[in-house]
Design a protein around this ligand. Structure first.
Ligand code: FE2
Length: 249
C-alpha cells in the first residue's frame, strides 16, 4: 500500500522525457509468462508509469529461452486476452499495446532455428535476440545469417550487459558488419546494472550502432528506476541528440 502511494506521488512529478522515443520495443509486461509482470494489476500499474514517462506505444516481448520455453500460439492468445482486459479497464490513457513479439535467446541451451516455428517479431520482421549473460561456446553468427537470408532483421538486446562481449573484440564488430543492430537498455545508461554496462552503453551509442533504447521493464523496481532516470542530465541529452529509431516501429 505504502509502495503504491509512493509510486503515485513519484508519477505525479515525473516528466514525460521518453516522449522523444514514443515507443518501447522491449518489455516484459505480459502477465504471468516469465520473470516480468506477475499479474494483470501489475501490468496495469506498469503501463501507467510508462504513460507518465511519455510512451505512446508499447510492444510486449516475453522471453523465449530454456527457462521460459513459451510457445508462440499461447503467447498470442494471452496477448489478445490482455488487450481486451486493458480496453475494459479504460485503457485510453495508457500507451497503446502495439503488438506482441519475443525476446529470443540464442545460447547453448536454447536457439530458435530458421526452419522451426515462426518467431514473433517486431514490425518489418525484426527479431529481438539476446545472448546468455555468461557467454556461450560461440556466437550464433551462422544461425543469424540464416535468419537474415529468410528476410529477418536482427536486433541484439542489451549488448552492454554481456560482460564477455567487449566492444573492442572482433565478435561484436562481426555482428555489426553483418547488419545486426543494437538495442541498449535505458536503465543501463543510469548505472542500474553497474558502471561497466553504463559505459559500454554509451560507447555503443557513440559508435552509431544503436537503433533502439528499451525499458526491459519487468516490475515496479524498474519503473521506479525509470522515473528517477527521467532526471539524469546525460540521459536527457542523449535522448535529445541521438536519433534513435523507436518511433519508426
Ligand atoms: Fe528483456
Amino acid at each position: 500500500m505504502f509502495d503504491k502511494l509512493r509510486n503515485k506521488l513519484a508519477m505525479q512529478k515525473v516528466k514525460p522525457v521518453m516522449e522523444v522515443l514514443g515507443v518501447d520495443m522491449h518489455c516484459h509486461l505480459l502477465p504471468g509468462v516469465d520473470d516480468g509482470s506477475a499479474d494483470l494489476d501489475s501490468t496495469y500499474e506498469l503501463l501507467k508509469v510508462m504513460a507518465h514517462l511519455g510512451f505512446k506505444k508499447v510492444y510486449l516481448t516475453p522471453h523465449f529461452q530454456a527457462k521460459y520455453p513459451n510457445e508462440e500460439k499461447d503467447i498470442e492468445q494471452r496477448y489478445d486476452a490482455l488487450r481486451k482486459e486493458m480496453a475494459s479497464k479504460g485503457g485510453a490513457n495508457l500507451p497503446k499495446l502495439a503488438g506482441i513479439a519475443g525476446e529470443y535467446r540464442f545460447d547453448d541451451l536454447y536457439a530458435r532455428q530458421p526452419d522451426g516455428p515462426r518467431p514473433l517479431t517486431l514490425p518489418g520482421k525484426r527479431l529481438l535476440c539476446e545472448f546468455s549473460r555468461f557467454g556461450s561456446k560461440e556466437l550464433p553468427l551462422e544461425l543469424f545469417r540464416q535468419f537474415q537470408n529468410q528476410g529477418y532483421s536482427l536486433i541484439l538486446a542489451h549488448p552492454e550487459r554481456y560482460s564477455y562481449l567487449n566492444m573492442y573484440l572482433p565478435e561484436i564488430k562481426g555482428l555489426i558488419d553483418m547488419g545486426v543492430r543494437l538495442q541498449v537498455n535505458t536503465l543501463s545508461l543510469v548505472g542500474f546494472y553497474g558502471e561497466t554496462p553504463r559505459q559500454r552503453g554509451y560507447q555503443y551509442i557513440q559508435q552509431g550502432w544503436v537503433d533502439y533504447l528499451g525499458t526491459d521493464m519487468h516490475n515496479m523496481r524498474y519503473a521506479s528506476a525509470l522515473m528517477e532516470a527521467a532526471n539524469d542530465s546525460k540521459l536527457l541529452q542523449t535522448l535529445e541528440h541521438y536519433q534513435f529509431k523507436n518511433n519508426e516501429l
